[in-house]
Design a protein around this ligand. Structure first.
Ligand SMILES: *[C@@H]1O[C@H](CO)[C@@H](O)[C@H](O)[C@H]1NC(C)=O
Length: 435
């Protein structure tokens, strides 16, 4: 699990104010004092009042049509809050709908990791459900006074040609920019080198572009606290985007190579300088084709709870789009709203937290072993259950369900965004019915 952090993007931090919601932390909440009540007040304003107003304004301006899912999918009767563990155990491996039909017409980006091979299979099987596929293959690193792009050994050409025979999904490998940012922003030559390495890899390997992740690292390096460096960072992303756009795709010559940029949700109630905000979105939107928004990991082992509360998702979207005015309609389709296909198994013991990410197969074995009652947490829009392990220690397990995924897919439709999934090998087969 050493790669857990890396796998799921930046860790959650400074979310104390947002943590008062969950009913599952009843023990901790029982000694709530005045300061917690104050936090609840802040919570209500930031996560309920502001999003509610923005949502109303947004709907009033842009409206939202309704398009039902394929009837065979809804007729299965799994999209409900009172689901039982037996239903999940008997239904999770079945897909009722046509595997090549889509229920939504917005862009769908799916991440695939080399350390979880089920994702490669899912990408092939449900190929036409995705518009963008991002295998997590590359790191751009500093090496001495130069740069190297590592990860070609991960690239699976056979898989790529299989995908291309089956469908049209674009293949954009993810590159994490690990290189020392100050070097990069000080030296023009270094930036050119970085861009050339990326362009050459795309040309040689026939990619349709890339997904770039760098923001959380730049924040960690302190780059984004310095206005000049922050501007240099934005300028670099634009330069890379324009360079990619100047190259024609090998597969479809009328298309250019694309840049999708990974962004995180703000880490506290009010936007900080190191957060990626609505102005950054506007400023980059000419050079960047999409923004993969990591709306997951709201909770962690030290503050167990839902992975991505629906109100927090709304808050994040209203923050990014609510102030965009007439541009919202243009910007929303560029956002790929992040949806987790993994879950968490948290230890609820006093003091030290513990536990962490679980995949579909771990979830199924917990259901088989403990036969738990699944509970629906209305505030976050997530299912969870509680169990006692062999040592009598209490755990809470949050893992997506048909209901929770459906709510988030609808949320994306409502805002006019696309979605991104981290990551398709960690989910259960019946999730794909909903896409
Ligand atoms: C699934 O949908 C595709 C595209 O509409 C169609 O060509 C195919 O025949 C369908 N498959 C089944 C089993 O209905």
């Amino acid at each position: 699990m050493a790669r857990r952090r890396d796998r799921r993007g930046q860790p959650s931090q400074d979310r104390r104010n947002e943590r008062v919601e969950s009913e599952t932390r009843e023990e901790k909440l029982s000694d709530a004092d005045a300061s917690e009540r104050k936090l609840i007040g802040i919570f209500v304003v930031f996560f309920i009042v502001i999003p509610a107003v923005s949502v109303l304004v947004y709907v009033y301006k842009y409206g939202s049509g309704t398009k039902p899912l394929e009837p065979v999918v809804t007729e299965r009767g799994l999209i409900k809050t009172d689901i039982s563990f037996q239903e999940i155990l008997s239904e999770n491996s079945k897909v009722s709908g046509n595997e090549s039909l889509r229920n939504y017409d917005y862009p769908v980006l799916a991440y695939i990791t080399p350390w979880n091979s089920k994702g490669y299979e899912m990408a092939k099987r449900f190929n036409s459900k995705f518009t963008h596929l991002s295998p997590v293959w590359y790191d751009l690193k500093s090496q001495g006074s130069s740069l190297i792009l590592e990860g070609r050994h991960n690239a699976d050409k056979g898989w790529m040609s299989d995908l291309r025979m089956r469908g049209d999904a674009l293949i954009l490998p993810r590159i994490v920019l690990e290189a020392y940012p100050t070097e990069l922003f000080k030296k023009k030559k270094m930036r050119e080198k970085a861009i050339n390495l990326i362009l050459n890899e795309c040309k040689e390997m026939g990619y349709d572009g890339i997904v770039l992740e760098s923001w959380s690292r730049w924040a960690a390096y302190g780059i984004l606290h310095d206005p000049d460096l922050r501007n240099a960072a934005l300028a670099f992303i634009k330069q890379l985007g324009l360079a990619l756009h100047s190259v024609k795709s090998a597969r479809t010559p009328e298309q250019q190579l694309q840049l999708i940029y990974v962004i995180g949700p703000p880490r506290s109630d009010a936007l900080q300088q190191h957060d990626f905000g609505p102005e950054d979105l506007q400023s980059l939107s000419g050079a960047v084709d999409g923004f993969s928004l990591m709306t997951y990991d709201f909770s962690g082992p030290n503050n167990p709870g839902p992975n991505a509360p629906i109100k927090w998702i709304r808050f994040t979207l209203s923050l990014l789009l609510g102030s965009a005015g007439n541009n919202a309609k243009r910007l929303a389709p560029k956002i790929f709203l992040g949806i987790n296909f993994y879950g968490n198994d948290f230890v609820l013991s006093e003091g030290s937290g513990g536990g962490g990410a679980i995949l579909g197969r771990d979830y199924l074995s917990l259901l088989e072993k403990h036969m738990p009652v699944l509970q629906w947490e209305k505030n976050s829009g997530e299912h969870f259950f509680v169990y006692l392990d062999d040592d009598g220690v209490k755990h809470a397990v949050f893992y997506p369900s048909s209901m929770s995924i459906y709510m988030r897919l609808e949320e994306a439709r409502f805002w006019g965004t696309g979605i991104s999934i981290w990551e398709i090998g960690q989910g259960l087969d019946y999730f794909f019915d909903l896409l």
